[in-house]
Ligand binder design. Sequence first.
Ligand code: DAH
Length: 338
Amino acid sequence: MLDQLSALQIEALAALADIQDESALENFRVGYLGKKGSLTALSAGMREVPADQKGAVGQKLNEVRTALTAGIEEKVAAMAAAKDAASVAGIDVTLPGLPTPNGALHPLTRIRDRAIQTLRRMGFALADGPEIETEWHCFDALNTPADHPARNEKDTFYLPDGRLMRTHTSSVQIRTMESIKALPVRIIAPGAAYRRDEIDATHLSVFNQLEGLYVGRDVSLADLKGTLEYFFQEIFGPQTQVRFRPHFFPFTEPSFEIDVKLEVKGQAPKWIEIAGCGMVDPAVFEAVSKSRGDNLFDPDLVTGFAFGMGLDRLAMILHGITDIRHLIENDVRFLGQF
Ligand code: DAH
């Protein structure tokens, strides 16, 4: 029995050395160690071994089984290593990798995100509305009469059905007030606006605005000034002076343009117009009440302020960009500077 076992071990290990592929290895394993394998058959002979030899034979049996199992494992590892080596054959894995350029956010995206973050910290929630608007939401409800120049065919993209590409994000004020369930309204709406402008260094026919609206019981001009002064100091730095200059917008009364005093490199600090704002005109609340059919926005009970600014302009001022067209040309030589 001992001799048989030794012979089997020698024969098996010799056969194993010649094995090249996985299926042959599996056949080998089954052939020796499987239920009907030759080593398994030999161990069945243990029953006939005289008692005084059982210990030695048992030990030899274990030895052979261990040797075969270890041999199989080694073969498996060797085959895996050969496979790995084959898959990188001809590739110099010590060559340096190809550099992948780092991406970054577009300056417009960055200023928009910063503006949103700042205003959200102050309690403004995001709102939005369609870019294809009705004249009602874009003009009438915003107290803009039919003969207002903004409604001219020459200034605005009208669709055949009478709707138009919104000329400002102020339409979102109306959309929000029409649908909101309870006061206060405190929203911001960043988004695209469209005008039939000749494209030049300061005009695009599609540009970006950020609208804000706060309506409640006792919203005052002081709230408006405090909110926007804080906002622009967050954007341009805490020392920034902010000025409110009387102006006219159909949907606010009183209305203001906001200027910030900024230093353009190498020049004396100067006032730069940055946004429009004002106290919501009662005529706007009346229009909203009419379409809602209730008195949540009763002009005798609610007050509010609104503001709007151009995000492209904000990005240009912040980064000293002199031509708005750079913002949409996607030239990496330009974008890579931010
Ligand atoms: N909608 C104005 C524009 O596009 C900007 C604006 C001015 C928005 C005053 C406002 C506001 O909400 O109160 O020029």
